[in-house]
Design a protein around this ligand. Sequence first.
Ligand SMILES: [Zn+2]
Length: 157
Amino acid sequence: MSEEKRIEIIKRKMEKIVKGKNKFNVRAITINGMNGFIPTGKRNWFRYVGRMPMSSCTVIVEKENVEIHNVIVYDINERKKGNGTKMITDIRMAFPSKHIWVDTCIHARPFWEKMVEREFIDSIENDYPIPCSNSNCVICHPIRKTGKRRSSNGEYY
Ligand SMILES: [Zn+2]
């Protein structure tokens, strides 16, 4: 499956979820003036949809910490244009005094390093390399044993 196709499917699923939540009147909640946190049913887990349909991410809120997870900018042409950054600044504004952290895969590390530098998040917690799940990503998967050609470079944000 191509990268575009994969993202398109995820995007459609997300839109369905957002619509479904609204239909059943389970609205996104506002945290510190930032609207768009949809409770997921898992304790303290939210899907942040304040920047939909451009992007979304999972936010896990603990007493002192906030973990950002599953960041995605859907449209491949809108990546690397600051859309991921905008969403992360939303999360910072929602939790100005909590320690915001991520685990990152290899290709996203430079993005998160920039986010730490600009104090939008506080730390990257994994010092070991995690390849992303997209085997077309040349950064996370420099060698492919199958010899198959690649369809994208896997840059997400
Ligand atoms: Zn990757």
